[in-house]
Each structure stands twice: as C-alpha cells, then as structure tokens.
Design a protein around this ligand. Structure first.
Ligand code: NDP
Length: 293
C-alpha cells in the first residue's frame, strides 16, 4: 500500500480562503473587522519569521494585525501590562504572545493574564479546562488543525484506536482530548512508554508530537493507518546541508499508512490558518453574533 499524502498546504489555503470570505461578511453585515495582536519579545530569528508570517496571513484575510515588539530585557510586569492593555482594547479580538519568552519571565503568569475569550492560542488554563469538560473555549491551533485534517480524511472517527505520542500542554494533551471528544479510544504515549512500537502498531490513528527526528518507524505503523506528523526537526544531511524532517520515518511509513502528512507541507501550514479561524470565532463571540457559515 502507498499512502495518500495529506496536503496541508492545500488544506490551509482552502481554510484561509473561507476565513477571508467570513471576514468580508462580518465587515459588510456587522461592521466588525476581526483583529489579532501578536506580542513578540526579543529577536529570536525563528520567532520573528513566525510573527512575520502570521502578520502577512492576517492582513491577507482582511483582518487587522497589531504587532507589539518588545526588547528581551522587558520586565514581566511590563509585559503583563501590555497584555492587559490588549485585553481592554475592543479592536483586538485575539491575543498571541509568541513563545518561548526570555528566561526571566514566567510564561504561565503571562498566559494566564490573557483574557480567556481573546486567548486564540488556547493555552489559558480556563480554555484547557473547557476543552476537557466539553465547554466552548478556544482550542489550541495545531491540534485543532490536526483534528480538522483527520475528520476531512476519515469522516467519523468514532471507535477508532488513536495514539498521541507526546504529552505537552500545547500539542499532545489537547490533541488527545480532541480525539477523545470524537469518541476515539485514545492512548497517550511519552518518553516513559514501555513498548512504543506495539502501541503504535495497534492504532488506526497515529499523531506524533515529540520533537525527535523520525522516532516513529515506518514498520511500526498498522497497515492503512492515518498518520499525522506534527514534528518539525532540522537535521544535517551527509552533504552538510540541512533539511526538515518530522517525528515519523516518512519514507517507510508511506508504504504502510493509508494516509500521511508530510514534513514540511503537512501540519505546519495549518497552524497559522487555524489561528486566523480562532480569531474570527473569538471576534464573533465577543460581539455576540453568529459566526458566518
Ligand atoms: P515538547 O518537547 O513540549 O514535548 C515532547 C513530548 O514528546 C513529551 O511529552 C515527551 O515525553 C515526548 N517524548 C520525548 N522523547 C520521546 C521518546 N523517545 N518516546 C516517546 N515520547 C517522547 O514538544 P511539543 O509538544 O511542543 O512539540 C512536539 C513537536 O511538534 C516538535 O517537533 C515541535 O517543533 C513540533 N510542533 C509543531 C507545530 C506545528 O505547527 N506543526 C506546533 C507545535 C509544535 P515526556 O513528557 O515523558 O518528556
């Protein structure tokens, strides 16, 4: 069997088009322009690239983009004050503080300052609690993108065996929760899991969010399983150049899986598109209007 490649770029492009259409409806019919504020502390080059891409995509969707750049010696109190200002600003519907933050700043304290209804990253403890208890909160972008791609590919996920490899608060745990909400039988694997190959081998859905290049071997995959590779790892090739690989050994997994996301071009492009989707959702909820269909 050769797997279908799940094209995250195409999926994200469709989603962005749909978001731009909804934004136009909100502008025309409700006078609302959804606004996303991104706070970047310091000059980490990777974070700068992410923030630039977010800004470009936000503007392209017809939304307002507010960028707040702060020096890496900013104090925790100053950063918290900035978040509070954004909480109070009615033109800002979504707030994202780009992580990681410098070591002298307590990330949790900053995230807990974001108003939960503006927390478009879905990292606030209130939003984690709402996800766990079936409430209507903001759902973290990467796992939400993964579940959207899974539902698009497989339709009803009910009763399927799923494994999430990785238990981080931003990917693994919310991913497992979303799969559980779809009535999958969910296993969460991590660095202490005894026999990862066996756990993966019995799963209809494998989501890998580890950060270890090609940890999940292709011959572990159950024939026909759907594989979502969240990992983004830069490795050095024999010729000294670098390339991006996922957490799954793609070349062998593609021969056993039914469908698989590539790296790059799979989950990555979905994350920003879902961030825009969350901002539109947040804007509608804050204005008390129905989200356009
Ligand atoms: P974390 O480092 O926070 O978590 C990694 C998880 O993997 C931990 O739960 C850890 O287990 C587990 N793990 C580590 N080694 C092993 C192992 N040998 N066997 C099984 N489990 C293991 O990472 P994130 O969740 O933040 O990110 C995971 C990956 O996803 C990274 O490559 C990151 O770059 C990528 N990512 C991609 C995004 C995208 O947009 N596509 C967005 C976010 C992340 P334990 O808890 O026991 O230590």
């Amino acid at each position: 069997m050769t797997a279908t490649i799940i094209d995250g770029k195409a999926f994200a492009a469709n989603l962005k088009e749909d978001i731009a259409r909804k934004v136009q409806i909100l502008k025309d019919q409700e006078g609302i322009t959804p606004g996303l504020a991104v706070v970047l502390v310091g000059e980490d080059p990777a974070s700068q690239v992410y923030v630039r891409n977010k800004n470009k995509s936000t503007v392209a969707a017809g939304m307002n983009s507010f960028e707040h750049l702060m020096n890496d010696d900013v104090s925790e109190a100053e950063l918290i004050q900035k978040v509070e200002e954004l909480n109070a600003d009615p033109s800002v519907h979504g707030i994202l503080v780009q992580l990681p933050l410098p070591k002298h700043i307590n990330e949790a304290a900053v995230i807990e300052t974001i108003a939960p209804e503006k927390d478009v990253d879905g990292f606030h403890v209130i939003n984690s609690g709402l996800l766990a208890t079936g409430g209507q909160g903001m759902v973290p972008c990467t796992p939400l993108g993964c579940i959207m791609m899974l539902k698009d590919k497989l339709g009803n996920l009910s009763g399927l065996d799923a494994v999430v490899v990785g238990r981080s608060n931003i990917v693994g745990k919310p991913m497992a929760q979303l799969l559980l909400n779809e009535s999958c039988t969910v296993t969460i694997a991590h660095s202490r899991t005894k026999d990862l190959a066996a756990v993966v081998g019995r799963s209809d859905i494998v989501v890998a969010a580890v950060g270890v290049p090609e940890l999940v071997k292709g011959d572990w995959i159950k024939e026909g399983a759907t594989v979502i590779d969240v990992g983004i790892n830069r490795i050095e090739k024999e010729d000294g150049k670098t390339k991006l690989v996922g957490d799954v050994e793609f070349d062998s997994a593609v021969k056993r899986a039914g469908a698989i996301t590539p790296v790059p071009g799979g989950v990555g492009p979905m994350t920003i598109a879902v961030l825009l989707k969350n901002t539109v959702t947040a804007a509608c909820r804050q204005a008390g209007v129905e989200e356009p269909v």
